[in-house]
Design a protein around this ligand. Structure first.
Ligand SMILES: [Zn+2]
Length: 388
């Protein structure tokens, strides 16, 4: 179980959703929080009450991890309230970037190259150099650069710092979040209801009646088998669930050269889709669903395979950890008490890494980022030391 936040941009006030996953990897909303503060600073005011309400319903309830999609959220508050790991979620960064690229740049080759570079900006140790390089190379893409400067440049440091301090969740739950987000948008925030968007009473009413009943109906049909023909096809078909139906043999991957991977279509065996930048949050596929800016099942499937086969590079958090460890080994403290303290910290970190590996196996963590044979940043990244 995880919690996640969603902020439809058409609302004046943020709407946070607590989601859980069912056996088909669908994200089911179990609580909504509406606040008047959009910067996440008042999270401490409602987090405690939310935990109390949950425990009152079921004292055994324990989340595995909590995904934050806003680095300004106080991770410590969430961690203390839920007593679980907090992961940073890059889903809405990815979605905003790819959808803007698709709208503002007209050539697919340029779109995917820019998307790959944007990923490098986030994962590079020398962020400012990477941003400058990105803006120089694609200087002619004026419409996107104007958007990037205005919307992302001011908050990029916050995101990069977030990635250095929090582990990043992997893409499988992102696909379920996207499916929830699209459903929320289509059911609640369609143009017909635009006049009501500013009314909190309308939002509370619609969420707790119309929207809630959709999920109740899905669960009812699932449990009883009745009215299956009336279910919405999209509900059980989020990209995470659909990716699990693709056989490994349908993925053509050259582990020596991972610039592109091919995945055969399940419906048309003569057709294979191409995935660029595989294994990364910034992977892009040429299937119709991906070309709309969505996370497709092919990208998710390839991401799972890359992770399982360990054909990717350490995350930014792992790089930062490794550097701290190396500097500690190179400058061993003279004071035995300080040394004991440092060893204790390293031991705790090893336990944390073991816990994160367990989460990764359950699909809730992105431990690795992509391998690119000709990456310009490859030199700055070294393999993790063996820890025994
Ligand atoms: Zn695809």
């Amino acid at each position: 179980m995880i919690g996640a936040a969603s902020f439809p941009p058409c609302l004046q006030y943020p709407l946070c959703t607590l989601l859980v996953f069912d056996s088909c990897q669908n994200a089911i909303p179990v609580a909504w929080v509406i606040t008047s503060n959009s910067d996440g600073q008042d999270v401490h005011k409602w987090m405690g009450s939310l935990v109390e309400r949950i425990r009152a319903k079921d004292p055994r309830w324990r989340p595995n991890a909590f995904l934050l999609d806003d680095p300004s959220f106080k991770a410590l508050t969430v961690r203390e309230a839920f007593q679980c790991r907090v992961l940073l979620c890059l889903w809405h960064v990815r979605r905003s970037w790819i959808r803007s690229l698709l709208k503002k740049c007209y050539n697919f080759d340029v779109q995917r190259e820019m998307f790959k570079y944007l990923g490098r900006v986030l994962y590079c140790m020398r962020t400012m150099d990477a941003i400058e390089e990105f803006m120089q190379i694609f200087v002619d893409q004026c419409a996107f650069m104007d958007y990037f400067r205005a919307r992302w440049l001011p908050s990029l440091e916050l995101w990069v710092n977030g990635m250095r301090t929090l582990p990043v969740s992997n893409q499988e739950p992102h696909a379920a979040l996207e499916s929830y987000h699209l459903r929320l948008k289509s059911k609640l925030f369609n143009e017909l209801q635009a006049a009501s968007w500013l009314r909190v009473d309308w939002l509370v009413h619609t969420l707790t009646t119309e929207f809630h009943s959709l999920y109740w109906f899905e669960q009812y049909t699932e449990e009883t088998g009745y009215f299956r023909n009336l279910r919405e096809g999209s509900f059980s078909n989020n990209s995470w669930y659909r990716a699990l139906l693709i056989p490994d043999d349908d993925v053509i991957m050259d582990e020596e050269d991972l610039r592109i991977v091919k995945v055969f279509s399940l419906s048309d065996r003569g057709l294979a889709y191409t995935i660029w930048n595989p294994g990364s949050e910034f992977a892009l596929c040429d299937c119709p669903w991906s070309r709309l800016g969505n996370l497709c099942k092919h990208v998710i499937k390839v991401g799972i395979l890359c992770r399982n086969r360990h054909v990717a590079r350490p995350s930014l958090a792992a790089q930062t950890y490794r550097q701290a460890l190396l500097s500690l080994l190179q400058n061993l403290p003279d004071d035995p008490i300080v040394l004991d303290h440092a060893i204790l910290h390293v031991t705790r970190m090893q336990q944390d890494i073991k816990g994160l590996e367990d989460l990764s196996n359950s699909g809730l963590l992105q431990p690795l980022t992509p391998v690119e044979a000709n990456s310009q940043i490859a030199d700055s990244i070294l393999p993790l030391p063996q820890l025994h």
